[in-house]
Write a protein that binds this ligand. Structure first.
Ligand SMILES: Nc1ncnc2c1ncn2[C@@H]1O[C@H](COP(=O)(O)OP(=O)(O)OP(=O)(O)O)[C@@H](O)[C@H]1O
Ligand SMILES: [Mg+2]
Length: 354
């Protein structure tokens, strides 16, 4: 049990009834303690212009927990820039932006890139079936129990237990409070009821914390708060249909696969292959994209995978290239006939290169 002094009165300048060990401990703490006034609610800018408050360590650890992954290989060609500018335009108007597009076309990478470029800290959430409102806003993580013992008068002891609920903010609450940029990836995979909390954030600029009471229940959304959401156009039939009210509050930008030149540059950035090999890869993938149904179309990710396979393979003949392409394309194949069909398409696409 840990005892804590509760009365300020001292006897001859010293607390009474302390054991030798307690006195030693108190002296050590006094000697090393740095006195700071902590203002919990007023974040300020540090020298480098970054958001910082006197709870620096706390914020740092929160940010570290939600930091977005680095995308050092990001390629910014004119068609990527155009999309980036459209996203920024709508964010500037205060609207959240929804990037929608087929699998592997570059939605998440672009959302992260634009979010980072805004210069504010970025927090992110990945939507899925099990995400709840608590995962978005936070909640009472634990109850802290503290035992107090009043040692002020000799032989008189008073003890009491204090129970304090410990609230932990999750990414949405952090972003709303401090004006961070939120990337909510695949938001449509989350149950619409869990996303309801976003409605007032986007419209009235108020975040309601349903499990809190009184004044603490409402947070005024920071003016720098921005949100970029992504969802997969192919998945719409299978996942929760996001409620109309939420979609109505979002500006949606439809992203298709990037142009041939951009995809070539992206694959080059992810592999060290010579240009003619990269062009071959993108041509084959583009050709299959034109022939396969939507749910099976290969994205930019497939181009990168083929590139990595080719770079790692010792062989450089067409047979190796064909096998690598087939292995990558076979990912959404559910029967032998399906596979044979894809093999045929890959062969034809490679033949057409000559
Ligand atoms: N502009 C870019 N620069 C560099 N790499 C990129 C770029 N855009 C996409 N990529 C790469 O292409 C691949 C697919 O991109 P990303 O994961 O962003 O697509 P997505 O649309 O979010 O896919 P999914 O629908 O599966 O979530 C990733 O490996 C990513 O690194
Ligand atoms: Mg994605």
């Amino acid at each position: 049990m840990k005892f804590k002094e509760t009365h300020p009165r001292k006897v001859r300048g010293e607390s009474v009834h302390m054991t030798k060990e307690e006195k030693m401990e108190e002296l050590t703490i006094k000697g090393s303690q740095l006195q700071v006034t902590i203002s919990k609610d007023e974040p300020e800018l540090n020298n480098s212009g970054q958001l910082h408050d006197l709870r620096g360590n706390e914020l740092e650890s929160v940010e570290a927990a939600y930091l977005v992954p680095d995308n050092n290989n990001f390629i910014d060609t004119p068609d990527v820039k155009k999309l980036d500018e459209r996203i920024r335009l709508w964010l500037k108007t205060g609207h959240p932006v929804h990037l929608i597009g087929p699998t592997g076309c570059g939605k998440t990478s672009l959302a992260m890139h634009t979010a980072k470029e805004l210069g504010r800290p970025v927090v992110w959430i990945n939507g899925d079936e099990s995400v709840t409102t608590t995962d978005l806003i936070g909640g009472y993580s634990q109850i802290e129990q503290e035992s107090l013992r009043d040692k002020y008068i000799h032989n008189v002891f008073k003890s009491s237990d204090i129970l304090k609920a410990d609230w932990i903010d999750n990414p949405l609450a952090i972003a709303c409070k401090y004006g961070y940029t939120l990337v909510y990836n695949e938001f449509s995979r989350t149950k619409p009821s869990a996303n309801n909390v976003l409605l007032s954030v986007f419209e009235e600029k108020i975040l309601e914390l349903p499990t809190k009471f009184g004044e603490e229940r409402y947070i005024q959304v920071h003016p720098d708060f921005k949100a970029i959401l992504t969802s997969n156009s192919i998945e719409y039939a299978g996942v929760h249909k996001p409620q109309d009210a939420l979609l109505d509050r979002l500006v949606s930008i439809y992203m298709d696969y990037y142009s041939f030149n951009t995809e070539v540059k992206i694959v080059q950035a992810h592999t060290d292959l010579p240009l003619h090999d990269v062009k071959k890869i993108v041509s084959v993938v583009t050709s299959l994209r034109e022939k396969l149904p939507d749910a099976q179309k290969p994205g930019t990710r497939a181009c990168i995978m083929i590139g990595k396979g080719l770079a790692a393979s010792n062989g450089s003949g067409n047979a190796d290239f064909e096998q690598i392409c087939i292995d990558v394309m076979a990912t959404k194949t559910n029967s032998r006939i399906d596979l044979m069909e894809k093999q045929k398409l890959v062969k034809e696409a490679i033949l057409a290169l000559k």
